[in-house]
Write a protein that binds this ligand. Sequence first.
Ligand SMILES: C[S@@+](CC[C@H](N)C(=O)[O-])C[C@H]1O[C@@H](n2cnc3c(N)ncnc32)[C@H](O)[C@@H]1O
Length: 245
Amino acid sequence: MKQNIYDDQRFFAKYSSMDRSRKGLAGAGEWHELKKLLPPFQDKRVLDLGCGFGWHCRYAIEQGAHSVVGLDISQRMLSEARSKTTSTRIQYLCMPIEECDFPEDSFDVVISSLALHYVHSFEDVVKAISKCLVPCGDFVFSVEHPIFTAQGSQDWHYDHDGTILHWPVDRYFTEGVRTATFLGEKITKYHSTLGTYINTLLKAGFDLTALVEPQPEETMLRTIPGMEDELRRPMMLLLSATKRC
Ligand SMILES: C[S@@+](CC[C@H](N)C(=O)[O-])C[C@H]1O[C@@H](n2cnc3c(N)ncnc32)[C@H](O)[C@@H]1O
């Protein structure tokens, strides 16, 4: 049974109140870096795995994409995505990423933003992506950084006054399931090492074109309380790869 916490009413309400949900891409701390990795979308057929509210799907259409399939396990997330979408060139599908099995050469670009750390086998997903992507096609994605996911609880260690001491990194080479607290709820995520992310792509026939560990933009650092702590450890990993031609 795959986890579908985004359909939980309480979790969904909290997620909906986050900046990245209310403001879209402009409210996402990594967008200024992810945007640079995206290929030209003009006339491309795009697949977005774990599309959530559909921000990246609509961005691809605004950039001239021919069509976009946004896939997500959560009906609540997709219902919000549909209500924000006017283009008929975006199709939203409710299904788990683990079950996606599109025919060969169905897409020119596959993107995924902060969804693949919810999937047990990164290798299986990459195989499915490799199959449905055209030769020379692009795969660009973000996940929570292995330094962020390794220990599991996803919280700082504090001193007796509640001041941050450090971010705990432990069990780094023990890949697999973790139970983290996110938005006050227990949530299942999966930890993979940096080596696994990169070598899985290389083995599946992709060439790596960029690796970015994004830092918040200057404005966010200045205006959002606590944002400076984001410079103490990486939270996200952005990778772009091209299927060998
Ligand atoms: C952090 S949100 C990111 C949403 C969107 N990609 C964005 O960046 O705005 C993660 C999304 O992944 C979806 N998700 C989690 N596990 C999934 C799975 N196994 N299959 C499909 N979608 C999944 C969730 O429902 C949620 O919409």
